[in-house]
Design a protein around this ligand. Sequence first.
Ligand code: C5J
Length: 227
Amino acid sequence: MNTIPALPYEYPLPDSLDHLALVIIDMQRDFLEPGGFGDALGNDVTQLQAIVPQLKKLLHTFRDLGLLVIHTQECHEPNLSDCPTSKLTRGNAALRIGDRSDMGRILIRDEPGNAIISDLAPRPNEVIIRKPGKGAFYNTPLASVLQKYQITHLLITGVTTEVCVQSTMREANDRGYECLLLEDCTASYFPSFKAATIEMLRAQGGIIGWTSTTDPVCQRLFQISRK
Ligand code: C5J
């Protein structure tokens, strides 16, 4: 069996890399760019921007090897019919989902701020999952996409580590997927939350999954594909 160096122990790969997918969570302008929603709430967006070079490298590896890439976007319908009141009314009263900002309406599908950053822009053959919740399985076609492509193993990346990334990895783990979180391809506005989440997910013998970093993962995937 092929494995990848990881914690708490080597990550077991599927028999064929065709059963492996890369999931890139919510790398959208509103969370990462100056002038976006995250910035307007007073967050340090450079924390999130720091992962872009490594994530780009991982994305290019998946593209070079012809493996499945899935991008998610946290967003809502323009009439907010898919946004529960609890989500709408929490947070900063001065800046709510659906309000107008410098990048269009906040967290509304197809608005400029909702686009995935240009460095990671999806290609036409890649899957885009629009999600109204924090976890990528809730109220989305993700489960059926994974079934259709016979995916059993997920490399998980994106932002923010302790919110949408963690929720998605937990949802995936409960559904039987073998999940590996890439530590240098995930970020939080709060570094201590990122560190705590990584520790939690891989605790107790990998209770939710594994963690690793981009370089050993890319090296291993290229090695295996050459065999
Ligand atoms: C948040 C996310 N933090 N993508 N969204 O609201 O983690």
